[in-house]
Write a protein that binds this ligand. Structure first.
Ligand SMILES: [Zn+2]
Length: 48
């Protein structure tokens, strides 16, 4: 699998897994990628 944010390859069992309300799964290699992805989504919501 790959980091949803930076697309870096992840080893199974590493990184952070995030479950969306829709049930979709996202994987992040680091908490930084996780935070950036969540912040980016929030910014998009504000723009929209
Ligand atoms: Zn990443």
């Amino acid at each position: 699998m790959r980091c949803t944010y930076c697309l870096k390859e992840l080893r199974a069992g590493t990184g952070t897994m995030f479950v969306h309300k829709t049930g979709k799964l996202s994987y992040f290699c680091t908490s930084k990628c996780y935070k950036d992805a969540i912040i980016t989504k929030k910014k998009r919501k504000i723009k929209a």
